[in-house]
Ligand binder design. Structure first.
Ligand code: HEM
Length: 458
């Protein structure tokens, strides 16, 4: 029998359905609001005060929303409002021509050639992680989400700005982001339930303040680089900011202004480290629970890299690790719910009239555990990814799909292979008995009380 890792048991039809119950459960985690029926079927409508949310969960319909008719499903302004104090007008929340321009200008920073250049910058962060783990007593327990958030934040700061997560400034950015995320999740929830934000002034002001603090710190670094670049000094940087400074819109020839750069950099930090940290933490938990699989991937690392750090060219050879990582993102997709979309001139979807302005939600969490799409949907079976997936396109969407697919997907895969291969080749992980984590949905899928793992040296 394959291992079935923990997930919140779906609600039953007899469980209370009042709005207040839904709000309370949703405040703890959106996963707690899901009924058994949500893991089946194709489309449902959830009635809320003054609106109805359409929950889409079958490949052909996901395809319609994310790919074929994506212009009729722009990102909802509720998300933009929740993220604006931090991200301004960033690619994550914009729509139409503004988004198209930003995407054209950001794409080159994430092309294969550029990734090859930033890959060695990830090594520094990985080395620091091994040093921290190397100093532990054999079998000592660490909270693995904290460790993975640290290393991925370090990687993102080094690859975007060439700054390690060492100094006071970088630490302040890191802690303010944490606070910002908690508050932004609450703001989105209040928005969905149409509760005015000023009813919670304490959270409201903390949310605005943390956004301002991060921007002020990022502005310091970016201003300096922006001025040098426009004075003709490149400084030899090969990071993502260098690529953004060079970016020109092919249609208008314009470059990013300083404010636009702060918007994009803040967004890349937000989108690029929590997601990877979530995926890496769940992967380590799953291999800790499945020692046979952990041993198999250890053998793979010995064959491919031995005791050195993986190079860019090694990544494609780490096939088993990749399957383990993909299967982890099936069971615990870091983005459990894609950014809410807003119906614009949709007409009908699956024979249902979708009024203009209705929120439309696509959930990787539900797609990946859909009872009709997957065999043993709740079991951890990395081999199901061997030789590619038989599933219809859009059944497996950890990075989304269509024109708004994650721009950092290849970056995230390289980063994950580097961290996992080098960790597994040096350390062995064991789960702490009786302390299995409960997944909850914030901006990403996290554990409610952390994931404590014991770490042994190989
Ligand atoms: C395991 C790691 C990651 C996962 C699972 C992930 C997942 C996603 C998903 C599902 C979306 C689509 C959201 C939607 O359609 O509503 C997305 C968008 C995005 N991601 Fe990622 N992401 C990851 C890592 C990264 C990294 C490392 C970066 C950058 C350094 C990044 C940057 C972005 C950006 C900029 C977008 C918005 C793209 C657009 O709207 O054009 N992500 N990501």
């Amino acid at each position: 029998m394959a291992y079935e890792p923990p997930y919140p048991k779906p609600l039953q039809p007899t469980d209370k359905r009042s709005l207040w119950n839904l709000f309370k459960r949703g405040k703890r985690s959106w996963l707690e609001t899901l009924y058994e029926g949500a893991y089946n079927g194709k489309l449902s409508r959830i009635r809320l005060p003054g609106t109805q949310i359409f929950l889409v969960r079958f490949p052909n319909l996901v395809r319609e929303v994310l790919i074929d008719r994506y212009e009729n499903f722009p990102k909802h302004e509720l998300i933009e409002e929740a993220l604006k104090p931090l991200l301004g007008e960033s690619i994550f929340t914009t729509n139409g021509p503004t988004w198209e321009r930003q995407r054209r200008m950001l794409d080159p920073a994430f092309e294969q050639a550029r990734l090859k250049e930033v890959f060695p910058m990830m090594h520094g962060a990985a080395d620091d992680l091994f040093k921290r783990f190397g100093e532990l007593k054999d079998g000592e327990t660490r909270e693995i989400e904290v460790e993975m958030t640290h290393v991925t934040a370090d990687i993102i700061l080094r690859t975007i700005l060439s700054v390690p997560l060492e100094g006071e400034g970088a630490r302040e950015i890191f802690h303010s982001f944490k606070q910002y995320q908690e508050k932004a999740t609450l703001m989105i929830q209040l928005g969905v339930f149409r509760i005015p934000l000023w009813l919670m002034p304490h959270h409201y002001f903390a949310w605005k303040k943390s956004g301002r603090k991060i921007r002020a710190r990022l502005e310091e670094v970016i201003k300096q680089r922006y001025e040098s670049y426009h004075a003709g000094e490149t400084g030899g940087h090969k990071d993502i900011l260098a690529s953004l400074l060079e970016a020109r819109d092919t249609e208008t020839g314009t470059s990013f202004s300083q404010t636009e750069l702060v918007d994009q950099v803040a967004m890349l930090f937000l989108a690029g480290h929590e997601t990877s940290a979530s995926a890496l933490s769940w992967t380590l938990f799953l291999i800790a629970k499945c020692p046979d699989i952990q041993e198999q991937i250890f053998q793979e690392t010995q064959e491919v890299i031995g005791d050195r750090l993986p190079e860019f060219r090694d990544v494609s050879k780490l096939k088993m690790i990749r399957n383990v990582f993909r299967e982890t993102m099936r069971l615990y997709p870091p983005v459990g719910f894609l950014t809410m979309r807003k119906a614009d001139n949709v007409g009908c979807l699956h024979n249902r009239e979708v009024p203009d302005g209705s929120p439309v939600v696509v959930s990787p969490w539900l797609m990946h555990r859909h009872r009709e799409l997957w065999e043993e949907p709740d079991a951890f079976i990395p081999e199901r990814f061997e030789g590619g997936l038989d599933q219809e396109k859009c059944a497996y969407i950890p990075f989304g799909a269509g024109p708004r697919i994650c721009i950092g997907a290849a970056f995230a895969m390289q980063e994950a292979m580097l961290i996992l291969a080098s960790l597994v080749s040096r350390f062995r992980f064991e789960a702490t008995p009786g302390q299995d984590p409960t997944p909850i949905s914030r901006l990403t899928i996290r554990s409610e009380n952390g994931i404590p793992l014991q770490i042994f040296k190989r």
